[in-house]
Design a protein around this ligand. Structure first.
Ligand SMILES: Cc1cc2nc3c(=O)[nH]c(=O)nc-3n(C[C@H](O)[C@H](O)[C@H](O)COP(=O)(O)OP(=O)(O)OC[C@H]3O[C@@H](n4cnc5c(N)ncnc54)[C@H](O)[C@@H]3O)c2cc1C
Length: 530
């Protein structure tokens, strides 16, 4: 990919800055329209917000409560398209709203009927009011005291970084050039101040590239304003950061295949308890914060809020000691739709596209579920702005990399879809590759090797937080396997023992933030294989 960047003398049609959901969606859309696309990501793909979601492909029941019908309809349509195009990653998840007051069943029952109606032909399944016995059958670990029944509805669930990697692979399949650990550090302009290119700093080889571009898209999420200020130092802020945390608990806290949705907790927030990769995810919060960073820390009051609220609804009350992992994300909310000078098109209440006077196109807001629609809007704008070849968007019907109609038949590798066969082939290379990495984690060594060979996994954090989800499923277990995984990666990447030691130390320090207590330092690395 880097060689392609170095070799290209003519301008790219679109250079996308940012390798999260939005940037990846744009790369897919533009490359599928046969445009020449380069996407650059400063850290790893998904290192920002896109790896830290609640893992729901949803219309957003809370927006319905706020009366934001068009946003809900748009998201419900996208939910349906995503299930059709990536059935190996997205699946239907039944949710139950538990009812403890007499008014809740009719109130949420009607609300969910409206939700069904808005989904139209993209409906996942009919909502209905559940009796007390049916509620207990679906949620055997729900708090029984005062429970009257529940309301059942359906939404979608996914693995956010698996979808992200498969979106990037889809773009690559269509000829896009994509690199991680490559930062946009400056812009090139013409005499009139209009952006005509981007200066890139590649971290591993410490090389700088200057690329030409007809259109540059800023899809940097919570970093949108920083990127805009590279072009216009005085640009007014567009983004307000808002933090959310999730706690990961053992599956025993939420038995059965249903999720719990509490639309209004004691202090008016929304709380989810969701089965995910054989764990229970509980979250999220919505806390406005001043600063943003890649590894934001949970606030003590957020942890207490999630634990306390979970205790109200779960018959086995979770404590801090039960937390297998805690992860924190920051939502890029649009604060000033105008965003200063220039032209802003508020295409829906969910996302905003802003074109600075320098020609830089910034896209911000929305949510994971609506990434495809955001990308379509953005590429339509880019085509006009850059006078690019007019071609219609094709992503509504585009199968996403790994597409497999019956992923359940692939067992533990189902989320890889058609790539599962490639991983199995690696597992057959050596007995060691077929072995589980840890009894408490659902991953075999071949998945790490695959991620290095085919998915640009460069660090332990890439392999354990985003190609597999080991860090999120069990932070301590991920630290325990760090030396082994680093040795596997080093063998593939041609790295030495010093690299392994550095990676293990860096990852162990990072994983500390994902636990609520100290993390044991991993055992010294056995690098006999090197
Ligand atoms: C707690 C939480 C829960 C959520 N749950 C859901 C959910 O269940 N369902 C849903 O639909 N949505 C959910 N969302 C929303 C969704 O996760 C976000 O809307 C989406 O991930 C934002 O993607 P993005 O591409 O805009 O940003 P990001 O994923 O942050 O990507 C931006 C990227 O730009 C890169 N970058 C920055 N500067 C540069 C530079 N100079 N050069 C190169 N690269 C650069 C960053 O490294 C980063 O990777 C949730 C959000 C949060 C915070």
């Amino acid at each position: 990919m880097l060689a392609r960047i170095a070799a290209r003398a003519e301008p790219w049609d679109i250079v996308v800055i940012g390798g999260g959901a939005v940037g990846a969606g744009i790369a897919v859309d533009a490359s599928a329209r046969d445009l020449a696309v380069l996407l650059v990501e400063r850290e790893d793909f998904g290192k920002g917000t896109s790896s830290r979601s609640t893992k729901l492909v949803h219309g957003g029941v809370r927006y319905l409560e706020q009366g934001n019908i068009s946003l809900v309809m748009e998201a419900l349509k996208e939910r349906g398209l995503l299930l059709r195009n990536a059935p190996h990653i997205v699946h239907d998840l039944p949710f139950v709203v538990p009812n403890y007051s007499w008014w809740e069943a009719p109130f949420y029952g009607i609300g969910m009927k409206v939700y069904d109606l808005l989904a139209g032909k993209y409906n996942f399944g009919k909502s209905r009011i559940l009796s007390l016995a049916e509620t207990l059958e679906r949620l055997p670990t729900i708090q029984r005291e005062g429970l009257r029944g529940g309301v059942l509805y359906h939404d979608g669930q996914f693995d956010d970084t698996r979808l992200l990697i498969h979106l990037l692979a889809t773009a690559a399949d269509h000829g896009a050039t994509l690199v991680n650990y490559t930062e946009a550090v400056d812009f090139v302009r013409d005499a009139g101040g209009f952006i005509t290119g981007v200066v890139l700093a590649e971290r591993e080889a410490q090389r700088t590239y200057t690329v030409r571009a007809k259109v540059v898209v800023n899809a940097t999420g919570i970093f949108t304003d920083e990127t805009r200020r590279l072009a216009e130092p005085g640009a007014q802020a567009m983004v307000t950061p808002s933090q959310g945390i999730h706690l990961v608990l053992d599956r025993a806290f939420l038995r059965g295949d249903n999720a719990i949705m509490v639309p209004r907790t004691s202090d008016g927030r929304v709380l989810f308890a969701i089965p995910w990769h054989d764990r229970t995810l509980v979250g999220t919060t919505d806390t406005s914060i001043e600063r943003h960073s890649y590894e934001p820390l949970p606030l003590e009051e957020e942890i207490e809020f999630v634990l306390e609220t979970a205790r109200e609804y779960l018959s086995r009350p979770p404590t801090r000691a039960d937390v297998l992992s805690i992860y924190v994300g920051i939502r890029p909310l649009v604060s000033v739709p105008g965003g200063g000078e220039g032209k802003t098109a508020a295409l829906s209440r969910g996302h905003t596209i802003h074109v600075d006077n320098s020609g830089l196109v910034s896209i911000v807001g929305g949510k994971w579920t609506t990434y495809r629609r955001m990308a379509e809007d953005c590429v339509d704008h880019a085509i006009t702005l850059g006078a690019l070849a007019e071609t219609p968007c094709v992503t509504a019907d585009l199968k996403i990399h790994g597409y497999h109609p019956d992923a359940a038949s692939l067992g533990a590798l189902g989320v890889y879809g058609s790539d599962a066969e490639g991983i199995r082939a690696i597992a057959r290379e050596r007995a060691e590759f077929a072995a589980l990495l840890h009894p408490d984690l659902p991953y075999i060594a071949a998945e790490i090797v695959w991620s290095v060979r085919h998915e640009m996994s460069r660090t332990l954090d890439d392999a354990l937080a985003r190609r597999t989800r080991a860090l999120l499923l069990n932070a301590r277990a991920s630290v325990a396997i760090a030396p082994h995984v680093a040795a596997l990666m080093a063998a593939e990447l041609g790295r030495d023992a010093a690299w392994i030691a550095r990676e293990v130390a860096t990852f162990t320090a990072l994983a500390q933030q994902y636990t609520l207590g100290p993390c044991e330092t991993a055992a010294p690395v056995d690098n006999a294989d090197l």
